[in-house]
Design a protein around this ligand. Structure first.
Ligand code: SF4
Length: 67
């Protein structure tokens, strides 16, 4: 779906370490051309990830965090 997984993860990590999502991080997230709302949960990314990262669930967590 052309989600920039690395950037989403970066914004997620930056936001999750704070008590509240910083508005600056939220704005950067919202400025992405494709947000995690486009994720279908197909796990094609996970099947290709050499490190076994649970990317689909991470995308779901990011969706919940950023709304
Ligand atoms: S699960 Fe992975 S490959 Fe599938 S849509 Fe979501 S981010 Fe893209």
């Amino acid at each position: 779906m052309s989600i920039n997984i690395a950037v989403v993860n970066k914004y997620y990590d930056l936001a999750a370490m704070q008590e509240r999502v910083p508005e600056s991080v939220r704005e950067h997230y919202r400025a992405l051309p494709v947000t995690v709302d486009a994720c279908t949960g197909c796990v094609a990314c996970e099947l290709r990830c050499p490190f076994g990262v649970p990317i689909a669930s991470r995308m779901a967590q990011a969706s919940e965090l950023f709304g």
